[in-house]
Design a binder for this molecule. Structure first.
Ligand code: SRM
Ligand code: SF4
Length: 584
């Protein structure tokens, strides 16, 4: 190696590093905790639980309520996340998740921004059953969270060309290759704890993690694969990204990008959102090996003393992409070619009907903010159950929290539409563009880090914004609105045309100037805007965009061209209130 990993100066390791180090490959005392009748885990095991795909949470709206003696004040339950490479799954697997959420969850299911599925409200006493039911349909929650490579994203579209299958195959290969090897998951969740077969004292020398080592990575690690003409996975926001380079309809290789990531702590200037840097070109045969090398560089050089700066993006930022590439080449064992000029040029959300190329169709079903529930007006779960039972489509999840029903025969197209309509749900052409391209993170009541609402309030914000845009004749415009309940950025607000980031109770930072293509960061337009005033805060920008856009520039392009000062000058003009906008 040309330079040594930075452990010679021996900075003080963060507490989580010590927990991982002594965990015996992610075991800790989880088994003992599972055997106890407490409704929650101890602090140390919570960190390890994440690697197994679960977060301890509590209903934040029920905090402080009276509880039976001996029980904790909070009403604890668990989020369980399934890892679904490229978002590809069967109808049976989706049905299994719906069954779990109905029988031992909070009766809702969330399609996530990384093509995953999340169950909420699982009690500790039901955690093992939950993991086992997911395992029974040949899926796993291992490494859906934690300091490892998480769900590997890829364009999920089921086109029968040579490109989509290639990128999806790469997603599976990377996912498999970078999966943790520990047997802890099997021992803790899948094996019968009463068989007497006790292998939990393991963690012995023969069991090891060839890629990660016993302290795994310094922080979460995210990988996505895009296609130059379809960046539906938002590749530049990932630690590691592959942009497929296509010639004559075939993938000849990938431009590799490194060091993307979005989460920030506003009070800590040392944290910032960052788009990945273009590093090198790799052939399809090199891709998995280079992914391993990137992971190992982060393993050995990434910061383990400060979790706020432990993501790969800070290493790439501090050392520079040339330094990083050199390390990757050292670990990989050979020089890499320079990137080709190919870059992302479009973003397809894959909603609505599209031909697969094999005589069959797929339908992109827009799930508002990814949340599947049933109520009197809208029955997402019932629609899904019926579609899965009757048509047995292959299911694919998108990075915009939506679902593709695949392999639909021509004769079944109207049946599928009828099943959606029957449950009070809109077809894609009935949804406004702005709503269709909006995304919200989970936030309250389950997310322990949420400061404001997100998923539960974005629909009503959309109601108002739709009216405002329609009045200006902007309803056909394509731009992204992404909302989060805190600055961690789970809905990727920092590269959206409009990003709404929860900052204080009921108040948001309004970002503008990102791009639907995902290749430009937004900037702060206004801070601490009450939820009720968000649309009226944006209204002068919409008006000015309508009047002053150049050619076909997008809303994000327009805001970037004017910059924050230009936009602020517009904002001083008198604007209507949100109520008057809504009332039309
Ligand atoms: Fe996220 C933490 C939900 C995608 C950046 N994220 C969390 C936790 C686990 C809260 C916690 O740590 O206690 C949230 C669980 C809430 C709940 O009640 O379910 C949570 N993140 C989500 C999901 C479910 C949002 C959604 O509504 O879809 C997404 C799950 C994806 C998946 O299937 O794996 C989700 N999170 C993202 C993304 C987007 C992406 O990866 O494409 C980001 C920004 C990109 C990035 O990682 O930089 C993101 N989540 C974070 C961060 C900030 C990380 C950082 O570097 O600062 C945190 C907090 C942390 O890690 O300390 C976080
Ligand atoms: Fe929770 Fe914040 Fe992520 Fe939203 S952005 S899910 S509030 S951590």
């Amino acid at each position: 190696m040309s330079s040594e990993p930075n452990n010679d100066s021996e900075p003080k390791l963060s507490a989580v590093e010590l927990i991982k180090d002594s965990s015996r490959y992610l075991r800790g005392s989880i088994l003992e905790e599972l055997r106890s009748d407490s409704d929650h885990f101890s602090k140390d095991d919570l960190q390890l639980l994440k690697f197994h795909g679960s977060y301890q949470q509590d209903d934040r709206e029920a905090r402080g309520g009276a509880t039976a003696s001996g029980k904790s004040e909070k009403q604890y339950s668990f989020m369980v996340r399934s890892r679904i490479p490229a978002g590809i799954m069967t109808a049976e697997q989706l049905l299994a998740h719906l069954d779990i959420c109905d029988s031992i969850g909070n009766s809702t299911l969330k399609v996530t921004t990384r093509q995953g599925l999340q169950l909420h409200g699982i009690l500790k006493s039901n955690l093992r059953e939950c993991m086992q039911r997911i395992d029974r349909v040949l899926m796993t929650t291992l490494a859906a969270c934690g300091d490892v490579n998480r769900n590997t994203m890829a364009c999920p579209a089921p086109y029968h060309d040579k490109v989509r299958p290639a990128v999806q195959k790469l997603a599976f290969a990377i996912s498999d290759h970078l999966s943790p090897r520990t047997k802890a998951y099997y021992e803790l969740w899948l094996k019968d704890p009463d068989t007497g077969e006790e292998t939990l004292e393991g963690g012995s020398d023969e069991e090891f993690e060839p890629i990660y080592g016993k302290t795994y990575l310094p922080r979460k690690f995210k990988t996505a694969i895009a296609i130059s003409y379809d960046n539906c996975t938002d590749v530049y926001t990932n630690c590691l990204g592959f942009i497929a380079v296509v010639r004559d309809g075939e993938v000849i290789g990938y431009n590799v990008v490194v060091g993307g990531g979005l989460g920030i702590t506003p009070s800590a200037k040392k944290t910032f959102p960052r788009l990945a840097s273009r590093m090198a070109f790799v052939t399809p045969e090199q891709a998995v090996g280079v992914a391993e090398a990137v992971v190992k560089v982060q393993r050995d050089f990434g910061y383990r003393d400060d979790r706020k700066r432990a993501r790969l993006k800070y290493l790439v930022h501090d050392k520079g992409v040339e330094w990083f590439r050199h390390q990757v080449e050292e670990y990989y064992g050979t020089k890499l070619a320079d990137c080709t000029p190919d870059d992302v040029t479009e973003h397809n959300d894959h909603m609505g009907w599209d031909a697969q190329g094999d005589g069959r169709w797929f339908y992109g079903f827009n799930v508002e903010n990814g949340r599947l529930y049933d109520n009197q007006d809208r029955a997402w779960k019932m629609a899904l159950r019926e579609i899965c039972d009757e048509l047995n489509p292959e299911i694919r999840l998108t990075a915009h929290q939506s679902i593709l029903f695949c392999n639909i025969e021509e004769k079944d197209r109207s049946r599928l539409e009828a099943m959606i309509k029957r449950r009070g749900l809109p077809l894609v052409h009935e949804i406004s563009n702005v709503r269709r391209w909006s995304v919200a993170c989970v936030a309250l009541p389950t997310c322990g880090l949420a400061i404001t609402e997100s998923e539960r309030v974005l629909p009503s914000l959309m109601d108002t914004m739709e009216v405002a845009l329609a009045k200006l004749g902007l309803d056909k415009e394509l731009f992204t609105v992404r909302m989060t309940g805190c600055p961690n950025g789970c809905a990727r607000p920092y590269n959206a045309d409009i990003g709404l980031v929860g900052k204080a109770k009921g108040k948001y930072t309004v970002y503008v100037g990102g791009a639907r293509l995902g290749n430009r960061l937004a900037f702060i337009y206004k801070d601490m805007i009450p939820f009720e005033n968000i649309v009226e805060t944006l209204q002068p920008l919409f008006v000015a965009f309508k009047e002053g856009r150049q050619g076909t520039e997008s809303f994000g392009d327009f805001c970037t061209r004017l910059g924050v000062e230009g936009l602020n000058a517009l904002a001083t003009k008198e604007t209507p209130s949100q109520e008057s906008i809504a009332s039309g």
